[in-house]
Design a protein around this ligand. Structure first.
Ligand SMILES: [Zn+2]
Length: 102
């Protein structure tokens, strides 16, 4: 199942404001596994922690915001072009590159 991951906590000890943001949607069997997957991809500092909620429990606005970000990241990767001649990337993981001709 899919989990929406929130990053919770302040960035610095002297910042009283709670920082709480939806950062990812991951597929995992349970909430603990979802948080482990996210922690491998995202730096989580000592005063921060992750919270995983199911799609049913997530705020639809938060869910959609992260879905849009994921879609944007994918479409960006697919649209990567050579810095020199704008030749499109042959693979989606060729993020920002120089082609053989440039
Ligand atoms: Zn080129």
């Amino acid at each position: 199942m899919n989990w929406l991951i929130y990053l919770i906590g302040s960035n610095a000890a002297n910042q009283p404001m709670c920082y709480c943001a939806p950062i990812a949607i991951v597929e995992a069997d349970d909430a603990e596994a979802a948080k482990e997957i996210t922690a491998k991809r995202t730096p989580v500092y000592a005063n921060q922690f992750l919270r995983a909620v199911t799609e049913d429990d997530a705020d639809p606005d938060d869910w959609n915001a992260v879905s849009d970000l994921d879609a944007l990241a994918r479409s960006h990767a697919e649209g990567e072009k050579c810095f020199g001649c704008n030749k499109p990337a042959e693979r989606a993981d060729m993020a920002g590159f120089w082609c053989d001709d440039c």
